[in-house]
Design a protein around this ligand. Structure first.
Ligand SMILES: Cc1ncc(C[n+]2csc(CCOP(=O)(O)OP(=O)(O)O)c2C)c(N)n1
Length: 280
């Protein structure tokens, strides 16, 4: 059986091991939210496999040297999903998992929206719609300096309603930023309801391709499909790639799945216990 990528080497992948990690991630996310008494479960649970495939397969990084110059950059534009980001970073060795218990506590590093005081976080976010512009800037800088690293930008579907995203999308193609990979966590639900009722995004793939992007659509909970999409991005030249990852908001917890009421609310003790029964 293949092994999980040693972070500096080429790319074998152990899908079974990553699937087991997905369960651990979901448990960690819910536990940290329950302790904090607040936070965003829905869009964190939908993005678990996206982050796992990034850190478990695709990225070049050194968790013991987070500012390593040649690291790939991950820009988390939907900054409210700090639970999945911090869980990922802790599980991949950026800081001790024990620290997850301090999530959202006064004076703790792990605040409710991701920020750069946390090792491994590249960008302060929370105000939606800015990450892709930032990713473009880093990617353009990399090209100007002859650097090979890649820049990944994770966005939400509700976030795509921000006009600034489309301004950035034009910039990426104008500068032929083939070192930019946008990943849309397309969970179809935003804070106040279904995305297509609030402001419909469809036909989403056509929108991106009409802006000149290489467009891939995958099941965002299938690690193998995400892997194949990242491989495709690696081979694509002269244009940026967007991976539209079809996901389920609240994935893995039956009473949270597809519900906007679980966008920004922590489970209580009983709800946590019920959720953990499902995540084995
Ligand atoms: C500029 C801006 N407007 C509004 C908000 C409030 N807000 C926080 S999360 C959210 C919904 C985002 O939906 P989506 O991007 O689909 O996130 P996900 O479902 O992945 O959590 C909104 C409107 C914000 N953070 N920033």
């Amino acid at each position: 059986m293949a092994h999980i990528k040693n972070f500096m080497s080429s790319k074998p992948i152990d899908i079974d091991s990553l699937k087991k990690k997905a369960v651990i991630f979901r448990r960690d996310i819910l536990e940290m939210l329950e302790i904090a008494g607040s936070g965003h479960p829905g869009g964190s649970l939908s993005a678990v496999e996206i982050f796992l495939t990034l850190y478990g397969y695709q990225l070049q990084f050194k968790s013991n040297n987070p500012n390593w110059e040649d690291r790939d950059r991950v820009i988390v534009s939907k900054g409210h999903v700090s639970p999945v980001v911090y869980t990922t970073l802790a599980n991949f060795g950026y800081f001790p998992k024990e620290e997850l218990k301090t999530f959202r506590k006064f004076q703790a590093r792990l605040q409710g929206h991701v920020h750069t005081k946390v090792p491994g976080v590249e960008f302060n976010s929370g105000s939606l719609g800015h990450g892709l512009s930032f990713a473009n800037g880093i990617a353009l800088g990399a090209k100007m300096r002859g650097k090979d690293f890649k820049v990944y930008c994770v966005m939400g579907d509700g976030e795509l309603q921000e006009g600034s995203v489309w301004e950035a999308a034009m910039t990426s193609t104008h500068y032929k930023l083939d070192n930019v990979c946008a990943i849309v966590d397309y969970n179809k639900v935003q804070e106040n309801g279904p995305t297509n009722e609030i402001k419909n995004l469809e036909p989403l793939g056509h929108k991106w391709s009409s802006f000149g992007w290489h467009v891939l659509e995958v099941d965002g909970h299938c690690i193998n499909s995400l892997k194949t999409a990242f491989d495709d991005f690696d081979k694509t030249k002269d244009k940026p790639t967007v991976i539209i990852a079809h996901t389920i908001k609240g994935k893995g917890v039956s009473f949270m799945e597809g519900k906007n009421t679980w966008h920004g609310k922590a489970p209580n003790k009983e709800q946590l216990a019920e959720a953990l029964k499902e995540l084995k």
